[in-house]
Design a protein around this ligand. Structure first.
Ligand code: PLP
Ligand code: COI
Length: 356
């Protein structure tokens, strides 16, 4: 694929951030973006890398009314050898296509997806922070752009990629956060769109997230939509527990996002000497386990959140403390995962993708 490039003179480039670890998540954007259009007649066409700019959309554009949209979240890292590394981007290519299919949108060939982000990230190399804990967040997204108010799949789409240098996702950094368990709101139901990475899933969670914040918690721990009994995941990450010295995570239910970090943690577990288990976990079982000290740790796992220790759970107006400090397993998983992502540890799994 030929990507047309419009390059800015050096004096038009934005100033770089000062301290990358102080960057607030998703507020700073680089100089360029990638765009590509899709129509039924031409398929994917018009691939461009151009200065970061606003989009022109008709007010009747389908995405603004019916949310036909999908996105991904990835990161680019700088290795000690100054290489540009991505983490399992083929998995993101696969997942965006899974989401696109679910949302009745045209798929993107994997090699085009990888080429687009590779060329953009390469051009924006100066923005990739060198500090562990900071990285260049990659946000690919596809939106429906047809101007038509009837509810139907659109006949025009825009795929774009923007980049944002980021520090830690939570203001707590690598210190334990609190989660609020909602026993009335739900994020996704089986047969719905929970397994797709689509904007509407997140819009629907804002109200409960606001309640969580009002209660002093960072995010919501979601339960299943039918019985409000089984643990699903957190607002922007999958959840893990150390129970009886086993690594336990809710099994995929059809409504949980199939996290790439989740999959990687499960694969790393055996090598770190802990048995991984994917199973249904009820909130009652979790609370019981916290009370009788069988649950010794909890942490979230996601691209933005990396490995985020969870120190307490609020449920039905009671607070259950798991640990005030970051536990040893969260630390081990964090060190192993980030070691591979930043090219500091051996990548025996073949997960690291070098951008040439
Ligand atoms: N669950 C939700 C709802 C998310 O938004 C994310 C973030 O992408 C994850 C889980 C973790 O997925 P991944 O590890 O692929 O980033
Ligand atoms: C990510 O971890 O990349 C996500 O997409 C989470 C996000 C909603 C901030």
């Amino acid at each position: 694929m030929d990507i047309k490039k419009t390059i800015l003179p050096d004096d038009k480039l934005k100033p770089l951030y000062q301290d990358p670890l102080k960057l607030v998540f998703g507020r700073t954007f680089t100089d360029y973006m990638f765009t590509m259009e899709h129509t039924a007649e031409k398929g994917w066409h018009n691939a461009e890398i151009k200065p970061y700019q606003s989009l022109m959309l008709d007010p009747a554009a389908n995405v603004l009314h019916y949310s036909q949209e999908v996105f991904e979240g990835q990161k680019a890292y700088k290795s000690p050898k100054d290489e540009i590394l991505l983490f399992r981007p083929q998995e993101n290519a696969r997942r965006i296509n899974h989401s696109l299919k679910r949302m009745c949108m045209p798929e993107i060939p994997e090699e085009i997806f990888l080429q687009a982000e590779g060329e953009l990230v390469k051009l924006e190399e100066r923005w990739i922070p060198r500090a562990v804990g900071a990285s260049l967040y990659i946000r690919p997204a596809v939106i429906s752009t047809e101007a038509a108010l009837g509810v139907k799949p659109a006949d025009r789409y825009l795929f774009f990629i923007i980049l944002s240098p980021v520090g830690p996702y939570f203001q707590e950094g690598f210190n334990p956060v609190g989660l609020w368990v909602s026993d009335s709101y739900t994020r996704a139901a089986q047969g719905g769109t929970g397994e797709a990475k689509t904007g509407g899933n997140y819009a629907g969670t804002l109200l409960a997230s606001k309640i969580a914040k009002d209660k002093g918690c960072s995010q919501v721990l979601w339960l299943d939509a039918v019985e409000h009994k089984y643990i699903e995941e957190v607002g922007a990450m999958n959840i893990f527990f150390i129970i009886d010295n086993k690594l336990v995570t809710p099994k995929l239910s059809g409504s949980i996002l199939q996290g790439i970090t989740r999959k990687s943690v499960l694969q790393i577990a055996e090598d770190l000497g802990i048995v991984p288990e994917e199973k249904q976990i009820s909130i009652d079982e979790l609370i019981e386990g916290i009370k009788n000290k069988k649950v010794t740790e909890a942490f979230g796992a996601g691209t933005a959140a990396v490995i985020s220790p969870v120190g307490r759970i609020s449920y039905k107006d009671k607070v259950y403390i798991i640990s005030q400090e970051t536990g040893p397993w969260a630390k081990r998983f964090f060190d192993t995962l980030t070691g591979i992502q930043y090219g500091e540890k051996e990548d025996k799994y073949g997960w690291v993708y070098k951008v040439q």
